[in-house]
Design a protein around this ligand. Sequence first.
Ligand SMILES: *Cc1c(COP(=O)(O)O)cnc(C)c1O
Length: 431
Amino acid sequence: MSDTFKPTKYILQSVKTGKTFPDEGWTLDAPGESDPTLIRAIYEKKQIDVKDDSFGLFKFADWLPVNKMLKGSYAPVTYKSEGLAKELGLSNLYITFSGYWPEKGIEMPTCSFKETEAYSVGGRLHVEDGKVLVVASAGNTARAFARVCSDNKIPLLLCVPEDNLNALWFDEPIDDSVVKLVVTKSGSDYFDAIHLSNLAVQIDGFIPEGGAKNVARREGMGTTVLSAVTHIGRIPDYYFQAVGSGTGAIAAWEANLRFIEDGRFGKNKMKLMVSQNCPFKPIHDSWKADSRDILPFDDEVARKQVEEIDAKVLSNRRPPYPIAGGLYDAMKDAGGDVLLAKNEEARAAAELFEKLEGIDIHPAAAVAVASLINAVKENEVEKDATIMVNITGGGENRFKNDKKVTYLKPVHIFDISPSKETVEEVITKLF
Ligand SMILES: *Cc1c(COP(=O)(O)O)cnc(C)c1O
């Protein structure tokens, strides 16, 4: 890996108005625009040069909005399925895998594609500015950011509900001089953690990670498609992914548009076959009603549904679906459908996948596989179509068998709804 890294050149663009502007370092919104919109990176380099594997995720740096490379990363891997493909009678099924699977040359220590976004977000951040990154999460995102920020000395404030602390397992200890974990006390949920992080980012020197609005987050997740298309040699016909926020599918669509401009991989748009875990299905219901807005739902009902589903990472209640350039626009432009899978279907799919492909997969990835199985049964995809399945997480059981894991401990436990003053007093002392 060479030390002389030359960042790729890019500008940002409002999806809503098409106006372009420079990246001021951490631009999350279109300057001067009041209508909500995602912003997009436009790279000067239209044809991607993929570097060798020693660069990890940064082998795709031509299309990543980063100013440096971080160490320790892996890019998602893509291979042509034999076992599952044969079982389903598909002749061009490709698996893109993020997680831990040494035989495939991939050892992401946090076992999901959230690690790709942690690396690209970290690579976008100008550490020399001395800002503290603030991330709220209930699971895979928290683990990914803790690992990447710890290994690369990026100051991080992590806000997590106390009841989700079991998601914070690591094979190597986290450097608690750079990563500070605070929790909202037992009985709170992801929304309380978000509330806490919203108070934290009002303090001088603390900046929000930004979620779907952060181009680096989307580009990190989009590397799954960069891996698939450059491996297969063409843009697939179908893209399968389980979604909570849908950010991964938006990123997939954006990568697809870039490949069309690249010109070497075809001109088609992959149909976005996204899936949710029954009975929690706000994106499904809104899409089927052809509504750009998420249909209103009862909070109490939603809470019970979330309790029921296996794939908790899919429980986002405010997905970037209505926003300009968000999931609704992506699916309208590319085509596709929102599919569903029940817990039992996903469990059976995970078992089948492990038997036929050889690795355990995350419950969310199992939802995607189950929806592929259903789509094949219902003849929604042609048997010879080129299909990409985004296995967003896997190898967690394998990882925990191979390694001894330790847990990150919180430095402070907040009440469910702390005051702004309390948050400020506690947090400023931490860094
Ligand atoms: C976050 C996550 C998802 C959902 O991704 P979005 O694109 O944000 O909806 C799917 N699978 C796994 C393993 C995840 O961690």
